[in-house]
Write a protein that binds this ligand. Structure first.
Ligand code: B12
Length: 211
């Protein structure tokens, strides 16, 4: 199974074939899970491009998201198995309330898992109060929020304030990501940190975990 074929399967929305293709790449061909992930992400980039140029519509986007999820299910354990040595810090991840984009968050979660973090993924469209409850319950010191929509970035402030109200704000580092954000905006909204992509996000989270 070559990488180009995996990229194609995402672009062609082949949800029934993706799991076997990823399995074959990992198990039969012994490919590095990171390289497979790279091939999947390339496919998703092209899907995003086609959506923007109106070759694809919402239906295709949803299916592309579902196809990525099937692939992640196979790739996650392979990535976790490739690095078990590090001490596990807990990271809570979620997409903010009102936002149903989770592909970027899932990618971050997969990479964090493979970097030795314990990942508590709350899902998408998540209320600030639920995040605070999870922080209390798990003692996680890092929260990563995803916001892809301009109209939902203010939910970052809602989480920041809810943590403050619970007396937890100084115990937790809040990092955010998503296309409408940048470092300056993230800080104005109450976050501690921002990263442009998931790879950079993992690097920042490693630094936050050590600080
Ligand atoms: C796929 C997609 C969808 C899918 C989502 C499926 C899913 N399960 O996620 C569906 C079809 C559901 C969808 C719906 C909508 N979408 Co949409 N969608 C996209 C699209 C094409 C791709 C997003 C994506 O998955 N990219 C791939 C991932 C890997 O990248 P990413 O999410 O950016 O994440 C990376 C970084 O941002 C970062 N990151 C992300 N989160 C985090 C978190 C942390 C902590 C860190 C450190 C880093 C980090 O790392 C990731 C990987 O490197 C984008 C356009 C685009 N090219 O981005 C529009 C886009 C985000 N959508 C948009 C819109 C408008 C909508 C709708 C309102 C459309 C509608 N009319 O209904 C709805 C909103 C639904 C809702 N309430 O959320 C707009 C948003 C505009 C804006 N700025 O507000 C965009 C930009 C398209 C556009 N150009 O208009 N969408």
């Amino acid at each position: 199974m070559d990488f180009e074929r995996i990229t194609e399967l995402i672009i062609e929305l082949e949800i029934d074939d993706i799991s076997d293709a990823v399995k074959e790449a990992l198990e039969t061909d012994g490919k590095d899970p990171y390289d497979v992930l790279n091939a999947l992400t390339k496919g998703m980039d092209e899907v995003g491009r086609r959506y923007e140029s109106e070759e694809y519509y919402l239906t295709e986007l949803v299916l592309a998201g579902e196809t990525m999820k099937e692939a992640f299910k196979i790739i996650k354990p392979a990535m976790a198995a490739s690095d078990k040595s590090k001490e596990k810090a807990k990271v809570i991840i979620a997409t903010v309330r009102g936002d149903n984009h989770d592909i970027g968050k899932n990618l971050l979660g997969t990479l964090l898992l493979s970097s030795g973090f314990e990942v508590i993924d709350l899902g998408m469209d998540i209320e600030a109060d639920i995040i605070v409850e999870k922080v209390k319950e798990t003692g996680a010191k890092i929260v990563g929020l995803s916001s892809l929509l301009t109209m939902t970035v203010n939910q970052i402030t809602a989480v920041h304030k809810a943590l403050e109200a619970a007396g937890l704000r100084d115990k937790v580092k809040l990092i955010v990501g998503g296309a409408p954000l940048n470092m300056e905006l993230a800080k104005n909204l109450g976050a501690d940190d921002f990263a442009d992509d998931a790879v950079e996000g993992v690097r920042h989270i490693q630094e936050l975990a050590e600080s």
